[in-house]
Design a binder for this molecule. Structure first.
Ligand SMILES: Cc1cc2nc3c(=O)[nH]c(=O)nc-3n(C[C@H](O)[C@H](O)[C@H](O)COP(=O)(O)OP(=O)(O)OC[C@H]3O[C@@H](n4cnc5c(N)ncnc54)[C@H](O)[C@@H]3O)c2cc1C
Length: 541
């Protein structure tokens, strides 16, 4: 059937992904699911979309919008409005499976240029029509929901060009609605890379990277998106912000960083000028290690990053739970190599994988890997070659497709991530495992990625059988407990997914009243009638 909920909930190119037989065995062992769970699709979302809520726009409003962007750039049918109702947060995917879309946008509009956006914003501001800027729709924080209806402003259809590569300044100016691969291809042609590779890279946009304040897999070397941006153009109800590309300034505080992490609440980012990096994939050096414990691995990682011996670009540790599952699902358990590792004290339930990839000049990448090896060895690591990290990189984007077959099998699965200082790292890691162990048949895998001198990002993936009939409440309750465990033990609300509506309830407690009031004052300045992504994103009114 055409135009179903399933078409919307599926990730990326929408292909149906199968779970490997080895992974099925692991899921049966750990979660208690059975073969029957994999034979049918639970809450499959195969029904045709039908929206109860009609568009609230009046005919004259519709005509005005049509006049600005052209009839071919508006969509008002049920499927299109449904398609722009949610991002990819687990609870949103669950709602799609349950055919629940209570608050779709009234219309989907694809502006052709900045001038269209200026006119739309002015009109919506004077008619109190909400606008939600939309990129690749890969948000996992409820930031794209439209509780007050309004315009879903799709920036990907037209605002998707590289405008200028400035070889003297080593920077690029690009329109915000460009997807990762198209952007990277243009840069590669000139010998550059953007350096920002989130797992959602293929289906997310430059504007979304900025607005959600994201991080890519090579962020330890290239930095987070906030380290890459040099200037922006944004259209707000209060006017246009167009900052200039300077290396650094002392002209009072900078305005453009306010838009990094703004999640569509201040205005629409239409252009971004970013640093670029030299593209030399042939020089990348790789290393993989196995450690006897998570404590040893984190100490080695901290020592490497603090020793100023060069920066790995990709730098990750999988904790014992994640490492064990990786070994099991790759068929490594009980092989000759596995027996060898066990003989030398690298035991299941304790051992941890570390992956390193360094980019840049050949001599540099070799030197950094050599330095990492020296330090890793000091903390008891065995070097296991380049293969494991290369294999991890190969499946990096495709693993995003696993969520649908898992949900089809009635498995609840979601991710959370947090920024933690080294002094709190083990505390947050341990308390999260303790919290999850209270729920039977539940697996928590944690990895460290995005590493800094004073701390790193901890990333949590959990899997548990859905409580059938109570899927939503059960998830909300469990998820809330995990968030609270993380923040009570010293973690931030987010390191790179952003806040959206999902984490908004914790913002005031986490940041303090005065900080939230300052954010609200800025919002009130740029968006006095609260039309920009209104309805709770970032905890703003
Ligand atoms: C499978 C998967 C893997 C992921 N992996 C990562 C990862 O590795 N690293 C990471 O950082 N994130 C990751 N994410 C989260 C998500 O991909 C990022 O937040 C991404 O930056 C969002 O970009 P987008 O273009 O999809 O934006 P959208 O989801 O469309 O929008 C996100 C937010 O930005 C706002 N916005 C979008 N464009 C603009 C604009 N031009 N102007 C103003 N506001 C705008 C929206 O209103 C919304 O609040 C992942 C998500 C999924 C589903």
């Amino acid at each position: 059937m055409d135009k179903t909920y399933r078409q919307i909930l599926k990730w990326g190119d929408k292909h149906e992904q199968a779970i490997t037989p080895m992974m099925i065995e692991v899921l049966k062992e750990k979660l208690g699911v059975t073969d029957t769970d994999f034979e049918t699709k639970y809450l499959s979302g195969q029904q045709e979309i039908k929206l109860e809520k009609k568009s609230a726009l009046k005919q004259e409003q519709l005509d005005f919008i049509k006049n600005i962007v052209g009839e071919e750039n508006i969509l008002t049918d049920d499927f299109s409005r449904a398609n722009f109702s949610y991002g990819k947060f687990y609870a949103e995917l669950l709602k799609l499976r349950l055919n629940e879309i209570p608050n779709p946008p009234d219309i989907v509009v694809s502006p052709k240029n900045d001038d269209n956006i200026i006119k739309l914003v002015a009109y919506c501001n004077s008619h109190n029509i909400p606008i939600i800027p939309i990129g690749g729709q890969s948000s996992v924080t409820g930031a794209l929901q439209t509780p007050n209806g309004g315009i879903a402003l799709d920036l990907t259809k037209h605002l998707n060009k590289v405008l200028k590569i400035n070889e003297l300044n080593k920077s690029v100016t690009v329109q915000a609605g460009i997807y990762g691969p198209a952007f990277e291809e243009e840069l590669n042609k000139k010998g550059y890379t953007c350096g920002h590779f989130p797992q959602s890279f293929e289906f997310s946009t430059v504007g979304g990277w900025l607005a959600a304040k994201g991080a890519g897999q090579a962020s330890t070397g290239y930095g987070k998106i906030d380290d890459m941006v040099l200037s922006i153009k944004a259209i707000t109800p209060a006017g246009i912000i167009e900052t200039k590309e300077f290396p650094k300034t002392a002209q009072g505080w900078d305005i453009f960083p306010l838009f990094i992490g703004s999640e569509g609440t201040l205005g629409i980012i239409t252009e971004v000028t970013m640093k670029v990096h030299n593209f030399m994939p042939e020089n990348t050096s790789f290393a993989s290690f196995i450690f006897k414990s998570f404590e040893d691995a984190t100490t080695a990682m901290r020592t490497i990053i603090q020793s100023e011996c060069g920066l790995p670009h990709l730098f990750r540790i999988s904790d014992p739970s994640e490492s064990d599952i990786a070994f099991k699902t790759k068929g490594f358990d009980n092989t000759f190599q596995d027996k060898f590792l066990k003989m030398f004290g690298y035991l299941p339930g304790k051992r941890c994988l570390m992956f390193v990839a360094v980019e840049g000049q050949k001599e540099y990448t070799k030197l950094v890997v050599k330095n990492c090896k020296k330090i890793a060895k000091k903390y008891g690591a065995m070097s296991i070659g380049q293969g494991p990290v290369k294999k991890w990189l190969e499946q990096r984007y495709s693993s995003a497709y696993l969520r649908e077959p898992l949900m089809d099998a009635g498995i609840m699965t979601d991710t959370l991530e947090t920024s933690v200082t080294w002094e709190n790292m083990l505390k947050v890691w341990d308390s999260a495992h303790k919290y999850v162990s209270l729920r039977p048949k539940t697996v928590l895998m944690i990895h460290i990625s995005h590493v800094y001198e004073n701390g790193a990002n901890l990333y949590f993936t959990f899997l548990s059988p859905m409580k059938k009939g109570e899927e939503k409440d059960d998830f909300i309750h469990f998820h809330k407990g995990l968030i609270e465990t993380i923040i009570e033990n010293g973690g931030s609300l987010s390191h790179h997914h952003g806040v959206g509506r999902v984490l908004a309830p914790w913002m005031e407690k986490q940041l303090g009243k005065t900080s939230i009031q300052a954010m609200q004052a800025l919002k009130n300045h740029f968006d006095p009638n609260n039309i920009m992504n209104s309805g709770g994103t970032l905890g703003l009114k």
